[in-house]
Design a protein around this ligand. Structure first.
Ligand code: PLP
Length: 372
């Protein structure tokens, strides 16, 4: 089979999404399925929709346009502030967008007037993580300005934490968001349909005994695709952590000295790896590198150690004997490795369900075919 490739198990993604949708529904919280890490894959988007997400969210208008071209007519929201240069495209393809700048919302209004559409706007509020957001003291002025704009509907407010500053979503900042929603509603006599609490990092709070308050929506990507919560990167109970795996192929397999020889300076990527040990060691090269994946975000199968990587090569040592040229090795990934692999034109994306996956004869790391 072609390598490198991402084996994408749609049944497992659907299971993960459905499990989270159900657990959050009990708490009165709906899920926007975030598709940005999957490059707007229509197969993954459809798996999320089968699982019961209420909308799809993506940070790139290109992905939203791609999903539209593939016939997906679900509610879609742009979860990164639109660029001024893209407002026409945003109004055309997305039902709503997350915003923090009146100049951009005004441009959205103009674009929406031209095409006689209504574009929904959700205002992001800064709660301390210092990525996007209107300062809480400025929220009422912004709401007032947005309400003047034709063809714009204020859909709600939201916040994003644990992305830039690593600020943990907790009872305090979520109560602050709830209070802000209520204060806007009281000041303007309106109802905010959506109060979007945050991303996968909010799950610990959302599934705890804390009162969800006015928070009625979360935007989930990583937790669905990787089965992990991003605060401590722990597996989430009942979710698959191997819904997506990366397979790479061996192109060299030899026994060589453990230590390099000659004068040592910087490597292609700056750092000098320190090899421990002496004598000889088996080592193999896989045809995958920094250009395809973030090598530091790869989890190798048991018995396989990653020794280093360059642009196009990943060097490993296997305790289970040297794999043969042509063998495949399967890795799990963190978020950083996943988004780079999804974005590399050299990595094939293979969408399947468990039933139709043909397990390669010699794929090391397959749970069904582990070479030990
Ligand atoms: C990426 C992103 C999300 C989804 O984050 P995950 O950690 O993948 O769940 C949610 N909201 C915003 C604004 C984002 O940029």
């Amino acid at each position: 089979m072609t390598a490198p490739r991402l084996d994408i198990d749609l049944d497992r993604i659907e299971h993960n999404a459905r499990t989270l949708v159900k657990r959050l529904a009990i708490r009165g919280i709906s899920v926007t399925g975030v598709t940005k890490a999957s490059l707007g894959s229509a197969s993954i988007a459809n798996a999320l929709l089968r699982a019961g997400v209420s909308a799809l969210g993506d940070s790139r208008i290109e992905n939203i346009e791609g999903m539209r071209r593939n016939g997906i007519d679900a509610e879609m929201t742009l979860i990164r502030s639109p660029m001024l240069s893209q407002v026409d495209r945003v109004v055309r393809s997305a039902n709503s967008s997350f915003n923090t700048e009146i100049r951009i919302i005004t441009a959205l209004s103009n674009a929406a007037c031209q095409t006689r559409q209504t574009h929904e706007v959700l205002l992001m509020v800064e709660l301390g993580d210092l990525r996007e957001g209107i300062m809480p003291d400025d929220l009422n002025d912004m709401v007032s300005a947005v309400m003047q704009l034709p063809n714009i509907k204020l859909a709600g407010i939201g916040a994003n934490l644990a992305c830039h500053g690593g600020v943990v979503p907790d009872a305090n900042n979520m109560a602050e968001l709830s209070a802000l929603a209520e204060s806007v509603e009281n000041a303007f006599g309106i109802h905010l349909a959506m109060v979007s609490g945050g991303n996968s990092a909010n799950l610990e709070w959302a599934l705890s005994d804390e009162d969800p308050g006015r928070i009625n929506s979360l935007r989930l990507g990583e937790a669905i695709l990787l089965g992990c919560e991003p605060l401590h990167r722990q597996p989430i109970n009942g979710l698959y952590t191997d819904a997506i795996s990366l397979v790479a192929e061996v192109i060299e397999s030899k026994t060589k000295p453990t230590q390099p020889w000659g004068t040592i300076a910087q490597t292609a990527f700056g750092t000098v790896p320190v090899a421990s040990g002496s004598g000889n060691r088996t080592r193999s090269i896989l045809a995958i590198g920094h250009q395809d994946v973030d090598p530091s975000g790869l989890h190798a199968p048991a018995g396989v150690e990653i020794l280093g990587a360059s642009g196009d090569h990943l060097i490993i040592h296997s305790e289970n004997g040297n794999p043969a040229v042509g063998d495949e090795i399967r890795f799990r990934m963190n978020y950083s490795a996943l988004i780079r692999a999804m974005t590399s034109p050299f990595v094939v994306r293979d969408h399947r369900t468990i039933g139709d996956r043909t397990i390669g004869d010699r794929t090391i790391g397959d749970t069904d075919n582990l070479i030990t």
